[in-house]
Design a protein around this ligand. Structure first.
Ligand SMILES: *[C@@H]1O[C@H](CO)[C@@H](O)[C@H](O)[C@H]1NC(C)=O
Ligand SMILES: *[C@@H]1O[C@H](CO)[C@@H](O)[C@H](O)[C@H]1NC(C)=O
Ligand SMILES: *[C@@H]1O[C@H](CO)[C@@H](O)[C@H](O)[C@H]1NC(C)=O
Ligand SMILES: *[C@@H]1O[C@H](CO)[C@@H](O)[C@H](O)[C@H]1NC(C)=O
Ligand SMILES: *[C@@H]1O[C@H](CO)[C@@H](O)[C@H](O)[C@H]1NC(C)=O
Ligand SMILES: *[C@@H]1O[C@H](CO)[C@@H](O)[C@H](O)[C@H]1NC(C)=O
Ligand SMILES: *[C@@H]1O[C@H](CO)[C@@H](O)[C@H](O)[C@H]1NC(C)=O
Ligand SMILES: *[C@@H]1O[C@H](CO)[C@@H](O)[C@H](O)[C@H]1NC(C)=O
Length: 528
């Protein structure tokens, strides 16, 4: 239950320290500068759902998952378009079709491979019902490329009519064939391709597979096999620098059939079990974000310089904080939500046009747990609140351009962004990523930020905050005073009475604007 106070006791009692710093105001143009990223795709905030867990996330026709739908609707209301869902991941290349299966999935975990997802996996006819339970959402369905026996090929072909019928009513984003094939020949303990599997081998395999799927689709769903509609996200590489080089892959003719709609690559900041990974060093660190995203921006640039991707938008088709499904205490904390805001807005500023944050049942980095299990309580998790703030920042109608500029900040624990809608300054986001552990510390200092907005017509701006007790909080998080927690109204927004809302910031006569952020928090200044 809520404590009906205006401010929490701790905030009211302590006189917060204000951290002074080199605070020469950051100038922000009224019109979008040349340094702005390319217009984002609508929707920008999107998700990737591990295929074996898609029925948990979406439910089925007799029991649709209303909680997931509510959380997706919240994001749609904020950003203008409901998130798209890419259904895929490791289990996409493990799934075999069993027409006699009475349940949507039959998965068996093999602990030597992973405790987190099934290594032996069958999907049944009812799996495809899950594409009809989230109204207004578009999907990509991931076909299995990894398994490559005669039986697997028959299984793949048997799913084509089911998938195309499930996605023929305006709910198809694009198709996908194969997840992270750049790890096929190196994945342990069971590689699915020979060690010398080359870019050309992959391309030949991808082309023959996608052509085979198309022939089958032409029979079962003729309208879906038309050239304008039959499109893929590809190559869905795990990253840059694995066994297949993305540039060589495109040079070797990946897009020979001109059926790639989005150039999709994956990203993680590091691994959950990697030594030295901490919240402050690995996630709440703008330099780390810049370094990781630079590799994608460079690849995108090289591909377009070489004329290889026909202006195909570059997206992150699967991403999240730490691979191996996240690290407890890091990936599920409010600090990870702040990282998510910085990472996603930085991507938008670098012309990465959409991101799909990866989700799975019981995954530590998940934005929400869609069902109750013995390991995890059903509920809205901290990273979701980061998704919410990104959606609010990137709001735009489908026919409007939304562009993002990264504003320079003095420290690697600060980040700021300006959003331009149809070329005009509309919002500024500021993120403080100095780790504040509320379980250890007493009073919470604030950091001061100042901006110079030469031509802003307004006398005051409204301020919305992303807030929690500290970077280590895993609950009690709010956006502009709203909670989206499951236990309140099934994920529908509920106003919290213990959080300050309705703040404004005045604009000085020369366009100066100042705001304070408690450490480990973020805010958006709204211009209209
Ligand atoms: C639909 O979902 C419910 C709840 O998870 C489950 O009990 C039921 O078996 C599912 N139906 C099918 C056909 O998979
Ligand atoms: C599920 O898969 C396991 C492992 O392959 C198998 O032993 C079991 O019979 C399957 N269950 C059903 C209901 O098909
Ligand atoms: C299976 O792998 C081989 C070797 O890379 C490839 O030539 C063949 O096209 C693949 N078959 C399918 C159905 O993907
Ligand atoms: C932030 O990340 C950069 C690049 O990985 C690293 O050099 C730096 O030490 C990190 N900062 C902190 C405070 O850990
Ligand atoms: C940019 O990408 C190209 C092609 O993959 C690579 O050769 C080059 O080293 C990259 N540059 C940087 C700065 O990462
Ligand atoms: C916050 O807690 C984490 C984990 O206990 C610890 O590693 C970190 O140093 C703490 N940070 C601060 C600023 O106390
Ligand atoms: C956050 O701090 C307030 C004030 O100290 C406290 O009442 C509340 O329980 C805390 N929330 C969480 C999730 O710990
Ligand atoms: C507001 O109340 C909720 C629910 O009791 C709690 O989780 C949260 O931490 C509180 N927030 C503050 C700022 O005290």
């Amino acid at each position: 239950m809520f404590v009906p106070l205006l401010l929490s006791a701790a905030v009211a009692a302590a006189v917060p320290t204000v951290i002074e710093r080199d605070s020469s105001p950051v100038s922000v143009n009224q019109d979008a500068p040349d340094t702005a990223g390319a217009a984002i795709l609508h929707p920008f905030v999107s998700f990737s759902i591990e295929l074996a867990f898609f029925p948990d996330y979406a439910g089925n026709l007799s029991k649709p998952n209303k909680f997931s739908n509510q959380l997706l609707d919240n994001l749609g209301d904020l950003q203008g378009v409901k998130p798209y869902l890419r259904v895929g991941g490791n289990t996409q290349d493990l799934a075999l079709y069993d027409p006699t299966l009475k349940t949507s999935v039959n998965g068996t975990v093999v602990p030597t491979v992973s405790e987190d997802y099934p290594y032996i996996l069958y999907i049944g006819p009812s799996f495809f019902e899950s594409y009809s339970t989230l109204p207004g959402t578009k999907f990509s369905h991931g076909f299995n490329m990894g398994k490559n026996t005669t039986a697997a090929k028959e299984s793949l072909l048997a799913t084509v009519p089911l998938a195309c019928k499930a996605l023929k009513d305006g709910n198809l984003m694009h198709w996908e064939f194969g997840n992270e094939p750049d790890l096929f020949s190196t994945t342990t303990p069971y590689p699915v391709r020979p060690a010398d599997w080359s870019e050309q081998d992959y391309v030949d395999n991808w082309l023959s597979g996608t052509e085979m799927i198309k022939r089958k689709m032409a029979k079962s769903c003729p309208g879906m096999a038309l050239d304008d509609i039959y499109k893929f996200i590809a190559p869905s590489f795990a990253g840059i620098g694995n066994s297949l080089d993305p540039v060589k892959t495109w040079e070797d003719g990946l897009d020979s059939d001109k059926d790639i709609a989005l150039n999709s690559v994956h990203n993680y900041m590091g691994g959950a079990d990697q030594p030295g990974v901490t919240l402050q060093r690995t996630l709440m660190n703008h330099t780390a974000v810049v370094n990781v995203v630079a590799k994608h921006a460079n690849l995108s640039h090289v591909l377009s310089e070489k004329g290889l991707t026909r202006e195909i938008p570059y997206i992150l088709g699967e991403m999240n904080s730490l691979y191996h499904q996240g690290k407890p205490g890091l990936s599920n904390s409010f600090g990870a939500a702040l990282w998510g805001v910085d990472f996603n807005l930085y991507c938008a500023s670098q012309s990465i046009r959409r991101t799909h944050m990866h989700q799975g049942t019981d995954y530590r980095y998940a934005s929400w747990q869609p069902v109750q299990t013995s390991k995890t309580t059903i509920g809205t998790k901290a990273p979701y609140y980061g998704n919410i703030m990104v959606a609010a920042m990137l709001r735009g109608e489908t026919d409007s351009t939304v562009q993002v500029v990264n504003l320079p900040m003095p420290s690697e624990t600060d980040a700021a962004y300006a959003a331009y809608v149809d070329g005009k300054l509309t919002r500024i986001a500021v993120i403080n990523m100095q780790e504040f552990n509320y379980t250890a510390a007493e009073s919470r200092p604030s950091a001061k930020y100042s901006f110079h907005l030469p031509d802003v017509p307004a006398a005051s701006l409204s301020l919305q905050r992303l807030m929690a007790n500290g970077s280590d909080a895993i609950t009690g998080i709010s956006w502009d005073g709203w909670s989206y927690n499951y236990e309140l109204k099934g994920g529908a927004p509920v106003r919290m009475r213990n959080v300050t809302i309705g703040e404004t910031v005045s604009v000085g006569s020369k366009g100066q604007v100042e705001l304070g952020l408690p450490l480990s928090s973020a805010a958006i200044l709204n211009f209209i």
